[in-house]
Design a protein around this ligand. Structure first.
Ligand code: ACO
Length: 301
């Protein structure tokens, strides 16, 4: 859906959206297309790319804030759609940081010897929780899914280190005003955008610096920066704060909008497919989302 299409039902303009966010368009899932469908599609692509059969997967960790149903976990629906009968599957809820939380969880399972091959997915249908009359939020988000395979057998590649943070005092700045326990409804996304913006760059840059110190790898050594795609101004602000050259920043927010937990794997996939990220490259990822939750991850592709 193009910005101009949105201007037909809310008071906005292509110019305002592009200038403030860098977004030109976003994908909206069809009514009969669910988060588990997008996730299954992305998983099949990730398995094909890894040259792996679904039967080899013994862990599925799916990050989403827009599950098909309250339960069971969307991860188990993906497990069923892929015909996987072994291992474990569960969801992770950390909103826009969800993919980083899922990566860290799967990596720790692998490092603890509890899984060999993990499918890590970020999948969202945020269009279902948007208030389409609220121009301050509905123009920002899109639907999508991305996936990665993490394997204990990959020597010299994979996750090097992750660093996760959260601070619940910011719950009211970005939340959904519905849920099974409190309202018995699904609810809509509510956000104080300028407040979120105010916190984003500092918190994200801080966690990247902490991660770089924990890993003993200076940020200047990274080949690619794959940020959560919330807003072009946030990702450029983080890059500038950490002196990351603009040529190293992967940005897909213009084409996808903010796809929450799906944004990092979607951006990663784009840069692998267009030949920018190559085998052996050092990649730094980051995100901030509702809660707040935030963090960073360093990987050797
Ligand atoms: N079209 C036209 N005008 C708009 C729109 C719109 N879609 N949305 C808001 N406005 C108006 C406001 O009503 C306001 O008008 P007023 O001055 O008459 O009151 C004016 O634009 C300025 O509003 P602000 O909210 O101050 O605009 P700001 O420059 O902060 O940009 C934005 C808003 C884009 C939401 C920005 O704050 C932002 O990107 N915040 C980060 C939010 C985010 O990315 N959240 C995602 C989840 S968290 C994450 O992923 C990092």
């Amino acid at each position: 859906m193009l910005n101009a299409d949105m201007a037909r039902f809310v008071e906005t303009s292509d110019e305002w959206i592009r200038e403030r966010t860098g977004i030109s368009q976003r994908h909206i899932a069809a009514d009969d297309e669910f988060t588990s469908d997008l996730a299954t599609h992305a998983s099949r692509a990730a398995l094909a790319h890894a040259g792996m059969d679904a039967g080899e997967i013994d862990l599925i960790v799916l990050a989403t804030a827009t599950p098909d149903l309250t339960f069971p976990a969307t991860a188990t629906m993906v497990q069923e759609k892929l015909g996987i009968r072994q291992g474990a599957a569960f969801d992770i809820q950390a909103v826009c940081s969800g993919f980083l939380y899922a990566l860290a969880t799967a990596d720790n399972f692998i490092k603890a010897g509890q899984a060999k091959n993990a499918l890590v997915i970020g999948a969202e249908t945020f269009s279902r929780i948007l208030d389409w009359t609220d121009r301050t939020t509905c123009v920002l988000f899109g639907d999508g899914a991305g996936a990665m395979v993490l394997s204990s057998a990959s020597e010299g590649e994979g996750l090097i280190k992750t660093h996760l943070r959260s601070d619940g005092q910011y719950c009211d700045l970005l939340y959904v005003d519905g849920g099974p326990s409190r309202t018995k409804t699904v609810g809509h996304l509510r956000m104080q955008g300028n407040q979120v913006f105010r916190h984003a760059v500092g918190k994200i840059a801080g966690s990247m610096e902490e991660l770089s110190e924990l890993a003993g790898i200076p940020i200047s050594e990274i080949d690619w920066f794959v940020p959560h795609q919330a807003n072009q101004r946030i990702l450029e602000g983080v890059a500038k704060r950490l002196s990351i050259p603009v040529e190293k920043v992967i940005s897909t927010v213009g084409r996808h909008g903010n796809t929450s937990a799906a944004s990092i794997p979607l951006a990663f996939d784009t840069a692998v497919k267009d030949g920018r990220i190559k085998r052996g490259d050092l990649v730094l990822m980051e995100a901030l989302g509702g809660g707040f939750t935030w963090g960073a991850a360093l990987a050797r592709y």
